[in-house]
Design a protein around this ligand. Sequence first.
Ligand SMILES: NC(=O)c1ccc[n+]([C@@H]2O[C@H](COP(=O)([O-])OP(=O)(O)OC[C@H]3O[C@@H](n4cnc5c(N)ncnc54)[C@H](OP(=O)(O)O)[C@@H]3O)[C@@H](O)[C@H]2O)c1
Length: 300
Amino acid sequence: MRVLITGGSGFVGQRLCEKLLALGHAVQVVSRHPDKAREKLPDGCDIRDSALGFMDAPPQAIVNLAGESIAGKRWSEAQKKRLVESRTKATHQLVTLCEQLKASGQPVPKVMISGSAMGYYGDQGKRVVTEETAPHDEFAHRLCAKWEAAAEPVEELGVRLAILRTGLVLDSGGGTLEKMLPPFKMGLGGRFGSGKQFMPWIHRDDLVAAIIFLLEHDALSGVFNGSAPHPVTNAEFTRTLAGQLHRPAIFPVPAFVLKAGLGEMSRLLLTGADMRPARLAEAGFEFHYPTLDRALAAIL
Ligand SMILES: NC(=O)c1ccc[n+]([C@@H]2O[C@H](COP(=O)([O-])OP(=O)(O)OC[C@H]3O[C@@H](n4cnc5c(N)ncnc54)[C@H](OP(=O)(O)O)[C@@H]3O)[C@@H](O)[C@H]2O)c1
Protein backbone atom coordinates (compact mmCIF):
# COMPACT_ATOMS: atom_id res chain seq x y z
CA MET A 1 0.00 0.00 0.00
CA ARG A 2 1.16 3.60 -0.65
CA VAL A 3 0.81 5.48 2.65
CA LEU A 4 1.14 9.26 2.82
CA ILE A 5 2.15 10.69 6.21
CA THR A 6 2.07 14.34 7.29
CA GLY A 7 4.39 15.03 10.23
CA GLY A 8 6.32 11.90 9.22
CA SER A 9 9.55 13.51 10.43
CA GLY A 10 8.23 13.73 14.02
CA PHE A 11 8.62 11.51 17.08
CA VAL A 12 5.67 9.26 16.15
CA GLY A 13 6.04 9.66 12.38
CA GLN A 14 9.64 8.47 12.28
CA ARG A 15 8.79 5.16 13.96
CA LEU A 16 5.67 4.79 11.80
CA CYS A 17 7.72 5.27 8.60
CA GLU A 18 10.27 2.66 9.74
CA LYS A 19 7.55 0.16 10.58
CA LEU A 20 5.56 0.68 7.37
CA LEU A 21 8.70 0.26 5.24
CA ALA A 22 9.59 -2.91 7.15
CA LEU A 23 6.11 -4.26 6.37
CA GLY A 24 6.70 -3.64 2.66
CA HIS A 25 4.55 -0.52 2.20
CA ALA A 26 5.59 2.49 0.11
CA VAL A 27 5.97 5.58 2.33
CA GLN A 28 5.28 9.15 1.23
CA VAL A 29 6.00 12.02 3.61
CA VAL A 30 4.84 15.63 3.52
CA SER A 31 7.37 17.88 5.25
CA ARG A 32 7.94 21.65 5.35
CA HIS A 33 11.67 20.88 5.15
CA PRO A 34 12.23 17.80 2.98
CA ASP A 35 16.03 17.96 3.30
CA LYS A 36 15.94 17.96 7.10
CA ALA A 37 13.27 15.25 7.08
CA ARG A 38 15.46 13.10 4.82
CA GLU A 39 18.19 13.12 7.50
CA LYS A 40 15.74 11.76 10.08
CA LEU A 41 13.98 9.16 7.96
CA PRO A 42 15.12 5.85 6.52
CA ASP A 43 16.09 5.62 2.82
CA GLY A 44 13.16 4.78 0.63
CA CYS A 45 10.71 7.44 1.88
CA ASP A 46 9.39 9.70 -0.88
CA ILE A 47 9.49 13.15 0.79
CA ARG A 48 7.85 16.22 -0.79
CA ASP A 49 6.93 19.64 0.53
CA SER A 50 3.18 19.53 -0.07
CA ALA A 51 0.34 17.05 -0.07
CA LEU A 52 -0.69 18.19 -3.57
CA GLY A 53 2.82 17.27 -4.72
CA PHE A 54 1.61 13.66 -4.59
CA MET A 55 -1.10 14.09 -7.28
CA ASP A 56 1.06 12.03 -9.66
CA ALA A 57 1.40 9.16 -7.14
CA PRO A 58 -1.97 8.93 -5.39
CA PRO A 59 -1.72 7.47 -1.88
CA GLN A 60 -3.98 4.57 -0.91
CA ALA A 61 -3.92 5.60 2.75
CA ILE A 62 -3.15 8.77 4.71
CA VAL A 63 -1.90 9.28 8.26
CA ASN A 64 -2.21 12.89 9.42
CA LEU A 65 0.13 13.81 12.29
CA ALA A 66 1.50 17.28 11.43
CA GLY A 67 1.21 20.13 13.88
CA GLU A 68 3.10 22.73 15.89
CA SER A 69 4.39 21.23 19.18
CA ILE A 70 1.74 21.63 21.92
CA ALA A 71 4.24 22.02 24.74
CA GLY A 72 6.92 23.87 22.78
CA LYS A 73 6.09 27.45 23.79
CA ARG A 74 3.84 29.36 26.22
CA TRP A 75 0.28 29.59 24.95
CA SER A 76 0.12 33.27 23.93
CA GLU A 77 -2.84 34.14 21.69
CA ALA A 78 -0.47 34.06 18.67
CA GLN A 79 0.87 30.64 19.70
CA LYS A 80 -2.65 29.26 20.21
CA LYS A 81 -3.46 30.40 16.66
CA ARG A 82 -0.34 28.61 15.38
CA LEU A 83 -1.29 25.42 17.26
CA VAL A 84 -4.73 25.40 15.65
CA GLU A 85 -3.82 26.61 12.16
CA SER A 86 -0.79 24.34 11.73
CA ARG A 87 -3.16 21.38 12.19
CA THR A 88 -6.24 22.61 10.33
CA LYS A 89 -4.18 23.84 7.33
CA ALA A 90 -2.27 20.56 7.01
CA THR A 91 -5.58 18.69 7.26
CA HIS A 92 -7.34 20.95 4.71
CA GLN A 93 -4.51 20.25 2.27
CA LEU A 94 -5.22 16.53 2.58
CA VAL A 95 -8.92 17.14 1.94
CA THR A 96 -7.95 19.19 -1.14
CA LEU A 97 -5.68 16.38 -2.34
CA CYS A 98 -8.58 13.91 -2.07
CA GLU A 99 -10.96 16.35 -3.83
CA GLN A 100 -8.51 16.94 -6.68
CA LEU A 101 -7.81 13.22 -7.09
CA LYS A 102 -11.53 12.58 -7.36
CA ALA A 103 -12.07 15.50 -9.77
CA SER A 104 -9.29 14.22 -12.04
CA GLY A 105 -10.76 10.71 -12.12
CA GLN A 106 -8.00 9.14 -10.02
CA PRO A 107 -8.72 6.82 -7.08
CA VAL A 108 -9.11 8.51 -3.68
CA PRO A 109 -7.32 6.97 -0.67
CA LYS A 110 -9.28 4.19 1.02
CA VAL A 111 -8.58 5.41 4.52
CA MET A 112 -7.31 8.36 6.51
CA ILE A 113 -6.13 8.13 10.13
CA SER A 114 -6.18 11.65 11.50
CA GLY A 115 -4.56 12.85 14.68
CA SER A 116 -6.19 14.25 17.79
CA ALA A 117 -5.31 14.08 21.46
CA MET A 118 -6.51 13.35 24.99
CA GLY A 119 -6.85 17.13 25.25
CA TYR A 120 -10.13 16.73 23.34
CA TYR A 121 -11.79 15.78 26.65
CA GLY A 122 -10.28 18.64 28.67
CA ASP A 123 -10.11 18.34 32.45
CA GLN A 124 -12.27 15.39 33.55
CA GLY A 125 -11.20 14.98 37.19
CA LYS A 126 -11.61 11.37 38.39
CA ARG A 127 -14.28 10.34 35.85
CA VAL A 128 -13.53 7.32 33.62
CA VAL A 129 -13.38 8.68 30.07
CA THR A 130 -14.28 6.74 26.92
CA GLU A 131 -14.96 7.93 23.38
CA GLU A 132 -18.56 8.61 24.54
CA THR A 133 -17.64 11.09 27.27
CA ALA A 134 -18.70 14.71 26.77
CA PRO A 135 -15.73 17.11 26.64
CA HIS A 136 -14.96 19.92 29.06
CA ASP A 137 -14.77 23.20 27.15
CA GLU A 138 -11.29 24.71 27.27
CA PHE A 139 -8.51 25.56 24.79
CA ALA A 140 -7.17 22.00 24.42
CA HIS A 141 -10.68 20.77 23.64
CA ARG A 142 -11.33 23.48 21.06
CA LEU A 143 -7.95 22.82 19.41
CA CYS A 144 -8.64 19.09 19.05
CA ALA A 145 -12.27 19.64 18.00
CA LYS A 146 -11.15 21.95 15.15
CA TRP A 147 -8.43 19.46 14.11
CA GLU A 148 -10.98 16.62 14.02
CA ALA A 149 -13.61 18.68 12.18
CA ALA A 150 -11.07 19.65 9.51
CA ALA A 151 -10.68 15.96 8.57
CA GLU A 152 -14.39 15.13 8.36
CA PRO A 153 -15.01 16.27 4.73
CA VAL A 154 -12.94 13.32 3.43
CA GLU A 155 -15.80 11.01 4.43
CA GLU A 156 -18.06 12.60 1.81
CA LEU A 157 -15.42 11.73 -0.78
CA GLY A 158 -15.63 8.05 0.16
CA VAL A 159 -12.54 7.93 2.39
CA ARG A 160 -12.89 5.88 5.62
CA LEU A 161 -11.92 8.20 8.47
CA ALA A 162 -10.54 7.11 11.85
CA ILE A 163 -9.55 9.76 14.40
CA LEU A 164 -7.03 8.85 17.08
CA ARG A 165 -7.14 10.78 20.37
CA THR A 166 -3.62 10.08 21.55
CA GLY A 167 -2.30 10.03 25.12
CA LEU A 168 1.23 10.98 26.16
CA VAL A 169 3.55 9.05 23.83
CA LEU A 170 6.40 7.34 25.68
CA ASP A 171 9.71 6.11 24.32
CA SER A 172 13.37 7.00 24.43
CA GLY A 173 14.85 9.56 22.06
CA GLY A 174 12.14 12.23 22.22
CA GLY A 175 8.73 13.25 23.47
CA THR A 176 7.88 14.18 27.04
CA LEU A 177 9.90 11.44 28.71
CA GLU A 178 13.15 12.80 27.31
CA LYS A 179 12.39 16.12 29.04
CA MET A 180 11.39 14.46 32.32
CA LEU A 181 14.33 12.08 32.63
CA PRO A 182 17.21 14.44 33.57
CA PRO A 183 15.71 15.69 36.88
CA PHE A 184 14.45 12.20 37.76
CA LYS A 185 17.87 10.68 37.07
CA MET A 186 19.37 13.23 39.45
CA GLY A 187 16.82 12.35 42.14
CA LEU A 188 15.15 15.75 41.70
CA GLY A 189 11.86 14.49 40.26
CA GLY A 190 8.47 14.91 41.86
CA ARG A 191 4.75 15.08 41.22
CA PHE A 192 3.06 18.12 39.67
CA GLY A 193 0.61 19.89 41.98
CA SER A 194 -1.58 17.40 43.89
CA GLY A 195 -0.50 14.55 41.60
CA LYS A 196 -4.12 13.36 41.42
CA GLN A 197 -4.59 14.36 37.78
CA PHE A 198 -4.65 11.48 35.28
CA MET A 199 -1.95 11.04 32.65
CA PRO A 200 -3.13 8.71 29.90
CA TRP A 201 -0.03 7.39 28.14
CA ILE A 202 0.93 4.96 25.35
CA HIS A 203 4.21 3.35 24.32
CA ARG A 204 5.26 4.69 20.91
CA ASP A 205 5.36 1.15 19.43
CA ASP A 206 1.78 0.50 20.59
CA LEU A 207 0.63 3.78 19.03
CA VAL A 208 2.28 2.85 15.73
CA ALA A 209 0.71 -0.63 15.96
CA ALA A 210 -2.72 0.97 16.63
CA ILE A 211 -2.34 3.23 13.57
CA ILE A 212 -1.48 0.21 11.41
CA PHE A 213 -4.39 -1.76 12.96
CA LEU A 214 -6.78 1.06 11.99
CA LEU A 215 -5.28 1.23 8.49
CA GLU A 216 -5.81 -2.51 8.01
CA HIS A 217 -9.32 -2.99 9.46
CA ASP A 218 -11.82 -1.82 6.85
CA ALA A 219 -14.78 -1.87 9.24
CA LEU A 220 -13.27 0.60 11.73
CA SER A 221 -14.13 4.27 11.51
CA GLY A 222 -14.92 7.16 13.86
CA VAL A 223 -13.11 8.18 17.02
CA PHE A 224 -10.63 5.95 18.92
CA ASN A 225 -8.81 6.73 22.15
CA GLY A 226 -5.12 5.99 21.62
CA SER A 227 -3.79 5.27 25.10
CA ALA A 228 -2.90 2.21 27.18
CA PRO A 229 -5.68 0.42 29.09
CA HIS A 230 -4.10 1.29 32.46
CA PRO A 231 -3.73 5.07 32.76
CA VAL A 232 -2.11 6.40 35.92
CA THR A 233 -2.30 9.55 37.97
CA ASN A 234 0.65 11.93 37.88
CA ALA A 235 1.64 10.74 41.39
CA GLU A 236 1.67 7.09 40.23
CA PHE A 237 3.63 8.05 37.11
CA THR A 238 6.18 9.85 39.28
CA ARG A 239 6.50 6.88 41.68
CA THR A 240 6.83 4.35 38.85
CA LEU A 241 9.42 6.36 36.93
CA ALA A 242 11.50 7.05 40.06
CA GLY A 243 11.21 3.38 41.07
CA GLN A 244 12.48 2.17 37.69
CA LEU A 245 15.41 4.58 37.97
CA HIS A 246 16.07 3.61 41.62
CA ARG A 247 15.94 7.27 42.61
CA PRO A 248 13.82 9.16 45.14
CA ALA A 249 11.11 11.51 43.80
CA ILE A 250 10.54 13.80 46.75
CA PHE A 251 10.50 17.23 45.13
CA PRO A 252 6.90 18.01 44.15
CA VAL A 253 6.44 21.05 41.94
CA PRO A 254 3.63 23.16 43.46
CA ALA A 255 0.74 24.10 41.18
CA PHE A 256 1.29 27.84 41.70
CA VAL A 257 4.89 27.57 40.46
CA LEU A 258 3.76 25.83 37.26
CA LYS A 259 0.94 28.34 36.77
CA ALA A 260 3.33 31.26 37.23
CA GLY A 261 5.96 29.76 34.91
CA LEU A 262 3.78 28.30 32.17
CA GLY A 263 0.52 30.26 32.33
CA GLU A 264 -2.46 28.45 30.75
CA MET A 265 -0.12 25.77 29.34
CA SER A 266 0.31 24.50 32.93
CA ARG A 267 -3.09 22.78 32.42
CA LEU A 268 -1.18 20.18 30.38
CA LEU A 269 0.58 19.15 33.58
CA LEU A 270 -2.04 19.93 36.23
CA THR A 271 -5.24 18.52 34.68
CA GLY A 272 -6.10 15.36 32.78
CA ALA A 273 -8.53 12.60 31.96
CA ASP A 274 -8.75 8.93 33.01
CA MET A 275 -8.94 8.03 29.31
CA ARG A 276 -9.56 4.38 28.33
CA PRO A 277 -9.16 2.87 24.84
CA ALA A 278 -12.68 1.41 24.85
CA ARG A 279 -13.15 1.21 21.07
CA LEU A 280 -9.67 -0.21 20.32
CA ALA A 281 -10.26 -2.89 22.98
CA GLU A 282 -13.71 -3.68 21.54
CA ALA A 283 -12.12 -4.01 18.07
CA GLY A 284 -9.66 -6.61 19.45
CA PHE A 285 -6.48 -4.47 19.48
CA GLU A 286 -3.92 -5.90 21.91
CA PHE A 287 -1.42 -3.65 23.65
CA HIS A 288 2.12 -4.95 23.91
CA TYR A 289 2.68 -2.51 26.80
CA PRO A 290 -0.59 -2.39 28.77
CA THR A 291 0.98 -1.21 32.05
CA LEU A 292 3.34 1.68 32.76
CA ASP A 293 5.77 -0.60 34.62
CA ARG A 294 6.20 -2.74 31.55
CA ALA A 295 6.51 0.21 29.17
CA LEU A 296 9.08 2.05 31.28
CA ALA A 297 11.09 -1.14 31.91
CA ALA A 298 11.37 -1.62 28.14
CA ILE A 299 12.23 2.04 27.48
CA LEU A 300 14.72 2.61 30.29
N1 LIG B 1 3.97 13.00 21.40
C1 LIG B 1 2.91 13.02 22.20
O1 LIG B 1 2.99 12.74 23.42
C2 LIG B 1 1.55 13.38 21.62
C3 LIG B 1 0.41 13.21 22.42
C4 LIG B 1 -0.83 13.53 21.89
C5 LIG B 1 -0.93 14.01 20.58
N2 LIG B 1 0.20 14.18 19.85
C6 LIG B 1 0.06 14.74 18.49
O2 LIG B 1 0.37 13.76 17.53
C7 LIG B 1 1.10 14.34 16.45
C8 LIG B 1 2.43 13.61 16.28
O3 LIG B 1 3.14 13.72 17.51
P1 LIG B 1 4.73 13.81 17.54
O4 LIG B 1 5.15 13.68 18.96
O5 LIG B 1 5.31 12.91 16.51
O6 LIG B 1 4.93 15.34 17.08
P2 LIG B 1 6.29 16.06 16.65
O7 LIG B 1 7.49 15.23 16.96
O8 LIG B 1 6.24 17.44 17.22
O9 LIG B 1 6.17 16.11 15.05
C9 LIG B 1 5.15 16.79 14.41
C10 LIG B 1 5.56 17.10 12.97
O10 LIG B 1 4.67 18.12 12.49
C11 LIG B 1 5.36 19.03 11.65
N3 LIG B 1 5.15 20.39 12.17
C12 LIG B 1 5.70 20.96 13.29
N4 LIG B 1 5.30 22.24 13.41
C13 LIG B 1 4.50 22.48 12.34
C14 LIG B 1 3.81 23.62 11.88
N5 LIG B 1 3.86 24.79 12.56
N6 LIG B 1 3.06 23.52 10.74
C15 LIG B 1 3.01 22.34 10.06
N7 LIG B 1 3.67 21.23 10.43
C16 LIG B 1 4.39 21.30 11.56
C17 LIG B 1 6.84 18.69 11.70
O11 LIG B 1 7.20 18.11 10.45
P3 LIG B 1 8.10 18.92 9.36
O12 LIG B 1 9.05 19.80 10.14
O13 LIG B 1 8.80 17.82 8.63
O14 LIG B 1 7.13 19.67 8.52
C18 LIG B 1 6.96 17.68 12.85
O15 LIG B 1 7.89 16.68 12.56
C19 LIG B 1 1.29 15.82 16.77
O16 LIG B 1 0.35 16.59 16.07
C20 LIG B 1 1.04 15.89 18.26
O17 LIG B 1 0.50 17.11 18.70
C21 LIG B 1 1.43 13.86 20.32
